[in-house]
Design a protein around this ligand. Sequence first.
Ligand SMILES: Cc1ncc(COP(=O)(O)O)c(C=O)c1O
Length: 405
Amino acid sequence: MTMTYQFSNRVPKSDEDPVGNILKVAGSPDVISFAGGLPAPELFPVDQLKRVTDEVYDESGRQALQYSTAIGDLQLREQIVKRMARQGVQTTTDNIMISTGSQQSIDLTAKMFINPGDTVIVEKPTYLCALDVFRSYGAHIVGVEMDDDGMRIDQLEAAVAENPNTKFIYTIPNFQNPTGRTMSAERRARMIAIADKYNIMIMEDDPYGAIRFAGDDIEPVKFYDDHERVIYLSTFSKILAPGLRLGWIVAEKSLIKKFTLMKQSADVHSDNLTQHIVAKYMAEYNIEDHINKIKQVYRKREAVMMQAIETYFPSGVNYSHPEGGLFIWVEVPGNVDTKALFDTCIKHNVAFVPGEPFYPDKVTPGTFRLNYSNMSEDQIKTGIKRLGSAIKETIGESVSGISGH
Ligand SMILES: Cc1ncc(COP(=O)(O)O)c(C=O)c1O
């Protein structure tokens, strides 16, 4: 007799993994893939991390290999206080908890605040793995449209007013995943004003803010927060290396206490050795110099991708113009089936992530995400040329050729 497993409501009903399948197809060696969100591995400071790892083993190996506290290594938190100041947020080590990457921070925050049926308000589209987390806790997810200045604050207020059980707003204000768009300073202040008026929390997810390669810095939403309602998340994944699995949460001290309790039951604490290594790396090397190198490479790759898009895409196709981060968002007007377009692209040996999984509800057809951090400039030119041909094969030379447009 085969066993029928009695899963909890948190477990997805279907075993389908559409994004995993896309990444698998995109991973074939002939395909130029703009699908994943991978940082450039040639930029990982391997030699420096190797050196400080040896030093940690030599100087404090027994301590680094021991159990530790859920809040995380003090020296690492001290370094994060300095990094936060550069992002425009003054904080203290008691306001920081180390996490096993921002993905865990999102999960712990959702676990801490969401009862089934509670509303979470998100940008539309948004980071698909955050949607998966919110769904797993039974959240009612409400998407708010975006434009080039980020979440539409007029619609946000309407969404909050319509959903009195809103627990928090989830926002990725800088170089958003998937759109690459950034929320204006004015909207950040207005988001706080709405959260104050309706007494709701804000989860500010900021993995990309440090990687601004054009335009002026904008202070985080947390900067405008006078009532400790913003839980700010960031990570070493995009500024150092994602395989380290280290992120952090900045929040009011009593919230950090709750987070540490939640974290203890999740994984006791994040990898202590890795925390020692990153703390030592930050003490001995200037991570800001390293971030500047990343910015220079991504700035060039983004410029090459933009130039190629202008050259090879049919006229009428819209795309975002990111000033940092890893992604460009493309909108092909008309009722284009993005999955069919994806299949055509695979025949042309180029890949992207179709927009669908990034939408909490109604999907805007013809949308997809491009990543420029993980391919060389030559691959970007060749890949975008192939993509342009695939789009033209699907919709013709220009968008005006589509019936109804
Ligand atoms: C918006 C957003 N949040 C969170 C994460 C997860 O990051 P981490 O590697 O720190 O878990 C990502 C990763 O791509 C992301 O794009």
